[in-house]
Design a protein around this ligand. Structure first.
Ligand code: C2E
Ligand code: MG
Ligand code: MG
Length: 639
């Protein structure tokens, strides 16, 4: 490079290097502290904290500021603690992280103390003011604590403090000292300490020899871990991060895998991270003692690539062979831990998924903000959302994983008058995910529009297949949530698909799900009007619970109302339910709207409904939702 350009290239690259290095350190502290906050929020699963929980981002920020404040005030004389040193110098990362954690924890403690003690006062303010008070007061108190602590430490232990940044060990040519060096260096990595820089060793100590045969891929022999993950892990994320890490790993840079996997603070990897290099060192020492290798050249940097470094160091291929053997041994040691880590993340996901399911079905979910990923429910939603996205984008083959089932809708005589398309997702790890959860996740991660279109397209395609097969039209209902109606390309997409598959618009019904408040915004209004204009029929789903959309019936040319299952369930026992249903029937009769009852499960329920008036039925009494081919058979038998 110096020959081609000139010596200045170094300063450019050094600039890039140090700015990247600096931002990494900032990110590390922020991420660790905000993760801590998420853990604490998860522990406080109490309704009384809903909407008032501590913000992980604020905690990350407080952690960073505490670390900077602490380390810069700490060393007045030795100039170790200037801003850039704190952030750039590797040997201050550990102190900064620890300080960040301690004071983030303090901040969170003060935050909840204040919330508990002054709940009524705080709740009397509006949200924005409330959040500012809740964020700022504990932050100020935390900063006072930071400065106070530093001042005390400075006055008491100033001279000693300056030495703790370096753990001095005297490595060098002795088996025991080398082992000590290897162990401490790798153990420090687990807590984010850049081992190699934290340890001061004798000049005579041959770090290059130790690193070449024990730390392939950087401290912790992480190249072995990467290979082990690629060979044995089933976790897609781990595999992805390992692939990315191969490049840096060949130059013995382990940050990508250490922070990416992560190994940092991960109890699963404590043992292999510390044990592997020691075992590999013993193997290398044996080879050395037996005269199989010798060191001929130590004039190279630690970033000299793996396989080449062993050749250059030993001047022979036996050095390379030894290194390869050590890599294989390392992979073998790491392999079982990779599997353990896989299983642990699986259990964690399962746990989070169960919590999410329970929360959604308990009806509390509307108050939770999943998309911020602030708790484990948010994380699992994002995880599943990503999986769903892969299928919708076509990045993953959809082998019957995501599909529609069809539930027959019948008249009084049991003849099929239509079917409702219901979304099914059979996601390996969790089995069938209830459609309400799929929709909720899709809404939260912002893929509801593409999911809605996917469902519509499947259903319209199915209608076209059936129409050809049956030589008569089967009406298919498609569910859409109110949120989907703010997609201003939905109606036009339906029109295009109808044309593409040559399906009559009247064969498609749109079931607007949820208790809703439509017609408020222009886009929604437009979409509904466009759909009616095209000749698509509109159905109101789950009628009788939540908002009463009577107004919209007139406005949007509603063709059918589906009475909510909760009213049908006890219609043969509960007079009140029966009276409500009766009034819906007479409303529909007066306005010329079709009534359909959902969740009809027993002959008794049907008899009560038959008596009330003319209507259609859907429910287990007739059929459960069926796969397309089974449904066709049902239709053929009941047409
Ligand atoms: P929904 O539109 O009211 O659908 C009826 C639900 O009741 C379906 O549940 C169906 O399997 C179930 N069901 C049918 N007959 C009976 C019965 O006799 N007894 C009982 N207990 N249940 C019965 P599913 O498939 O779990 O869907 C739940 C909800 O998820 C749907 O309620 C709908 O709101 C939503 N959903 C389903 N598919 C989609 C979709 O493609 N898009 C949107 N936006 N929402 C969907
Ligand atoms: Mg429905
Ligand atoms: Mg319904």
């Amino acid at each position: 490079m110096s020959l081609i350009i000139n010596e200045n290239w170094r300063s450019l690259f050094n600039g890039i290097y140090s700015s990247l290095y600096m931002s990494t350190k900032v990110l590390i502290i922020i991420s660790i502290c905000s993760e801590l906050a998420k853990m604490r929020v998860n522990e406080k699963q109490d309704v009384k904290y809903l909407g008032n929980n501590v913000s992980p981002y604020m905690v990350g920020f407080v952690g960073l500021i505490s670390a900077i404040a602490f380390t810069s005030v700490l060393t007045i004389e030795n100039v170790v603690g200037t801003f850039s040193n704190v952030i750039i110098a590797a040997n201050w990362t550990l102190v900064a992280v620890v300080v960040g954690i301690i004071f983030s924890e303090l901040y969170i403690k003060i935050y909840y103390r204040m919330l508990d003690a002054r709940k009524n006062v705080i709740n009397s303010y509006e949200r924005a003011v409330r959040q500012s008070i809740l964020a700022i007061v504990p932050a100020v108190l935390t900063m006072v604590a930071v400065i106070g602590t530093v001042l005390i430490i400075n006055s008491l232990y100033f001279s000693k403090i300056n030495t703790i940044q370096n753990i001095t060990i005297h490595g060098g040519n002795g088996f025991y000292n080398d082992m000590k060096y290897i162990f401490i260096k790798n153990a420090l990595w687990i807590v984010g300490g850049h081992g190699g820089d934290l340890i001061v060793h004798d000049q005579s100590f041959n770090r290059l020899y130790v690193d070449t045969f024990t730390n392939m891929g950087g401290a912790g022999s992480t190249l072995c871990l990467i290979v082990a993950v690629l060979l044995f892990s089933k976790n897609k994320y781990s595999k992805k991060i390992s692939k990315i890490s191969i490049g840096p790993s060949f130059f013995n840079i382990n940050e990508t895998i250490t922070y990416g996997l992560p190994i940092l603070f991960n109890p699963v990897y404590v043992i292999p991270l510390t044990v592997t290099p020691i075992i590999l060192y013993i193997i290398a020492q044996c080879a050395f003692a037996l005269g199989m290798i010798e060191i001929v050249n130590t004039d190279m940097s630690w970033t000299y690539p793996v396989l080449l470094n062993s050749y250059r160091l030993t001047g022979s291929f036996s050095g390379v062979v030894l290194q390869i053997i050590n890599i294989i041994v390392g992979v073998v040691i790491y392999a079982p831990f990779v599997r353990i880590a896989d299983n642990m993340s699986k259990y964690e996901r399962r746990d989070a998924y169960e919590t999410l399911k329970a929360t959604v079905f308990s009806g509390k979910f509307e108050k939770l903000d999943l998309s911020s990923g602030a708790d484990n429910m948010g994380e699992i939603s994002i995880f599943l959302g990503e999986e769903l996205k892969e299928i919708l984008d076509g990045r993953r083959k959809n082998d019957g994983e995501l599909y529609l089932e069809y539930q027959p809708q019948v008249n009084k005589l049991g003849k099929v008058i239509g079917v409702e398309a219901l979304l099914r997702w059979n996601y390996g790890e969790f089995g069938y995910i209830p459609p309400n959860i799929i929709i909720l996740i899709a809404e939260e991660v912002g893929i509801i529009y593409s999911l809605g279109k996917w469902v519509a397209r499947q259903a319209i395609q199915q209608a076209s297949v059936w129409n050809n097969e049956l030589e008569s039209t089967v009406e298919i209902s498609i569910n859409i949530s109110t949120k989907q109606l703010s997609d201003d390309s939905f109606a036009i997409y339906i029109k295009e698909m109808l044309a593409y598959y040559s399906v009559q618009p009247s064969a498609i019904k749109i079931e607007i799900t949820e208790s809703f408040a439509i017609g408020e915004d222009e886009i929604t209004k437009n979409q509904l009007l466009l759909l009616t204009e095209y000749g698509v029929k509109l159905v109101i789903d789950d009628f009788g619970v939540g908002y009463n959309p009577l107004l919209y019936i007139k406005k949007y040319n509603i063709e059918c109302i589906k009475i909510d299952g909760s009213l049908i369930r006890d219609i043969d026992k509960n007079e009140e339910s029966k009276n409500i249903v009766k009034s819906v029937y007479s409303l529909c009769e007066a306005t010329g709207i079709i009534v359909m009852s959902e969740f009809v499960e027993t002959e008794k329920q049907k008899a009560v409904l038959d008596e009330i008036g003319e209507g259609y039925y859907q429910g287990y009494l007739f059929s459960e939702p069926l796969k397309a081919d089974e449904c066709l058979r049902y239709i053929k038998n009941n047409i």
